[in-house]
Design a protein around this ligand. Structure first.
Ligand SMILES: C[S@@+](CC[C@H](N)C(=O)[O-])C[C@H]1O[C@@H](n2cnc3c(N)ncnc32)[C@H](O)[C@@H]1O
Length: 215
């Protein structure tokens, strides 16, 4: 099996565009079988449901989480951003009923000198394990884009004891090395975190809710 972990930022963005050309068509049919923890994490998000918060959904994919947020926070504005136009086309269909509560943005999330402090909440669901090698740059940008008191919400793969599975996931651009959670705990003040097992422990996934540190 070929190791397809991306080796630099430009390659990563190109890899995602290519990978999701085909995957976008079957994404919603298949991913509910293994992307665990995406929805239950919202129980732990410390915002009033009526709050008029500003949310960034990084790597929104087909928009399943943005739709969940739009329902959970009816007064929020959601920016749903993705590097893949094919995934974003699926998201556009799903998110149409929410009108101007949701803005779709076709661009990569990446480190830039701007500190926008624009968002109350930044969400990454099963994106960071595919953003190699620059995932830590994106977390630094999230720190810079969160308002004081802002919250990061992450659900993603954690690790696996099964070598074949690790290789299989790397062939699909996903890094499972338990590398995200320890860094998230250092960069943000943990509000909630949990590691769960997928299929009796073939792999682990994690959920993390944290607050910007200088809040
Ligand atoms: C596994 S999918 C997750 C989609 C969605 N968040 C979910 O939970 O179903 C990963 C998504 O991240 C997007 N992505 C990967 N790298 C990105 C980057 N650098 N900037 C923005 N989006 C990116 C991909 O195009 C893809 O839609």
């Amino acid at each position: 099996m070929k190791d397809r972990l991306s080796t630099n930022k430009d390659a990563q963005q190109a890899d995602m565009k290519n990978y999701y050309k085909v995957q976008a068509k079957i994404y919603d049919l298949t991913r509910w079988l293994f992307l665990f923890g995406r929805f239950s994490v919202w129980k732990h998000v410390p915002f009033d449901r009526q709050a008029a918060i500003s949310i960034l959904d990084v790597g929104c994919g087909t928009g399943v989480n943005s739709a969940k947020m739009a329902r959970l926070f009816p007064n929020a504005h959601i920016t749903a951003l993705d590097v893949s136009e094919d995934m974003l086309a699926q998201a556009a269909k799903r998110l149409k009923p929410f009108g101007d509560k949701v803005s779709l943005v076709h661009q990569p999330y990446e480190k830039n000198p701007a500190h926008s402090e624009r968002y109350d909440l930044i969400h990454f669901s099963y994106a960071l394990t595919m953003i190699n090698p620059q995932w830590q740059d994106l977390l630094e940008q999230a720190q810079a884009d969160l308002k004081p008191g802002g919250v990061i919400v992450v659900a993603d793969f954690h690790d696996t004891p099964v070598r074949y599975y690790k290789k299989f996931m790397r062939a699909n651009h996903v890094r499972l090395d338990g590398h995200l959670l320890p860094v998230l705990k250092q960069m943000f003040r943990p509000v909630f975190h949990r590691v769960g097992k997928g299929y009796l422990g073939v792999w682990e996934y994690f959920q993390f809710v944290g607050q910007r540190l200088d809040a």
